[in-house]
Design a protein around this ligand. Structure first.
Ligand SMILES: [Fe+2]
Length: 370
C-alpha cells in the first residue's frame, strides 16, 4: 500500500488574496476561459492564454497540440491554470518539458519531466484533478476519451478559491459535484482502496450527500453557503483518485461521453445508479454495505422494497437531473457494440471494479437507462 498527497493545498476566499500571497505577475502564464478572466481577474498583470480560443467543450488531442505550439513560443516561469477539469488537464500537459505531440506523449512509457512550476485552481467542484496527475483527452480518431497519468503532472500547488463558485451555473455545479461523488464511491469500493483512501472517500461522500439533501429540501440557493464544503469534498475525492483509479462507472461513461459528446460529470452521473445497483445485487455484503448504511444515515431509512441505491437514484434525479440514453441519440441496437468498445478501451478502469462487470452486465446497464 502506498498513499500520497502531492501538491500543497491552499485555500483562499478570493483571487486577489491568492494573487497577493504568491506575487502573481508578468512572468506567470494563466490558462483560463475568457469569462473567468473577465469576471474574476481582468486586472491581473499575468500573461493569459484562453482555452476557448482552442476548444469548444472538452479537449481533443489536436486542440491540445495547438495549445502546446503556442505555449512553447511563450516565455514564462509559472503556469497557473484556472478553470474546470478540462483546463486543468490541459495545463498538466502544457507544463511538461517536451516537444512531442499529445499522441506521442500518450504512448506507453513516455514520461517527460516538468518545465515550469504548476498551479491548478478549480472553478467547479468535481473532478478533483487539481490533485491528480491524470489528463483525459478525446481522441476522435480512436473513438474514445483516453486518460494518462504523467509523473510530472502533479501540480506544485492546488489552490481552492471560494470566490470561483460564486456564480457557477447550476448544471455545471450539479454535474461536477456528482462526478466528485462518483470518485468517492468508486474508489471506496476499488480493490486497491486503503484505510487512507477510505477516510477521504467517506468524508467526501457524506459531505456531498448532506449538501444534496439540503438542495432537495431548500433549493439551489444553499450551494453558496456550502461552497467551502463542496470544494473540500471534491478535493478529498481527488486525493483518493490520485492514489487509486476510478472503476466501471467511469469506464462506461468515458466511452459514452466520447460517442455522444456528453460532459464528463454528466456521463458519470448517468451511469452511477445502474452500476451501483448491479454491484449491490451481486455482492451486497461486502464494502458496499458501508455505503448503503451511510446513504440511509443521511437520506433516512429506505421505503419498503427500496434499496439504498434506489433511494440515491431518486435523490440524484431531483438534484442532478439527467436524460434517457435514447435522448442522447443512443439506440438499444448500439449496446452490444458500445459494451465491446468499453471492454476494449477502458481496461485501465475496469480492473478497479467492485465486482467484475461482464459484457452482459454492461448491456443491461445501458438498457436500464434507455
Ligand atoms: Fe470523474
Amino acid at each position: 500500500m502506498e498513499f500520497a498527497i502531492r501538491p500543497r493545498i491552499h485555500d483562499y476566499d478570493t483571487f486577489a488574496a491568492f494573487e497577493q500571497a504568491h506575487a502573481v505577475g508578468s512572468r506567470d502564464l494563466i490558462l483560463t476561459q475568457r469569462f473567468l478572466h473577465e469576471t474574476f481577474f481582468s486586472q491581473t498583470q499575468a500573461q493569459t492564454l484562453f482555452y476557448d480560443d482552442y476548444c469548444d467543450g472538452e479537449p481533443t488531442d489536436k486542440a491540445v497540440d495547438a495549445m502546446l505550439t503556442e505555449v512553447r513560443s511563450r516565455d514564462f516561469d509559472r503556469l497557473i491554470a484556472i478553470g474546470g477539469g478540462s483546463i486543468l488537464d490541459c495545463a498538466k500537459v502544457l507544463a511538461l518539458d517536451s516537444d512531442d505531440t499529445v499522441a506521442s506523449l500518450f504512448a506507453p512509457d513516455v514520461q517527460p519531466g516538468r518545465k515550469v512550476e504548476l498551479f491548478l485552481s478549480p472553478t467547479t467542484c468535481g473532478t478533483g484533478c487539481e490533485v491528480t496527475c491524470v489528463s483525459v483527452f478525446d481522441f476522435p480518431e480512436v473513438g474514445s476519451k483516453i486518460g494518462k497519468g504523467f509523473n510530472a503532472g502533479f501540480a506544485d500547488h492546488a489552490v481552492l478559491i471560494d470566490e470561483f463558485l460564486s456564480n457557477i451555473p447550476y448544471p455545471v455545479f450539479a454535474r461536477s459535484s456528482a462526478d466528485a461523488l462518483v470518485h468517492a464511491l468508486e474508489i471506496y469500493l476499488a480493490p486497491g482502496a486503503s484505510v487512507y483512501t477510505d477516510m477521504f472517500c467517506l468524508a467526501a461522500t457524506r459531505s456531498i450527500l448532506q449538501g444534496y439533501v439540503r438542495i432537495a429540501g431548500l433549493g439551489p440557493g444553499v450551494i453558496q453557503e456550502d461552497a467551502k464544503a463542496y470544494l473540500a469534498a471534491s478535493n478529498m475525492a481527488g486525493i483518493a483518485l490520485a492514489n487509486v483509479l476510478a472503476g466501471g462507472v467511469h469506464a462506461i461513461a468515458m466511452h459514452f461521453g466520447s460517442e455522444h459528446h456528453v460532459p464528463h460529470g454528466e456521463a458519470t452521473r448517468l451511469f452511477l445508479p445502474p452500476v451501483f445497483k448491479t454491484y449491490y445485487s451481486k455482492a451486497p455484503t461486502g464494502k458496499i454495505a458501508d455505503i448503503a448504511q451511510l446513504i440511509e444515515e443521511i437520506l433516512g431509512p429506505c421505503g419498503s422494497g427500496q434499496t439504498p441505491f434506489e433511494a440515491l437514484d431518486v435523490l440524484l434525479s431531483k438534484v442532478v437531473p439527467t436524460r434517457r440514453l435514447s435522448e442522447y441519440g443512443m439506440n438499444m441496437g448500439d449496446a452490444d457494440r458500445y459494451a465491446d468498445k468499453v471492454i476494449e478501451t477502458q481496461q485501465r478502469l475496469l480492473v478497479n471494479n467492485y465486482t467484475p462487470l461482464s459484457k452482459a452486465d454492461i448491456v443491461q446497464i445501458y438498457s436500464q437507462l434507455m
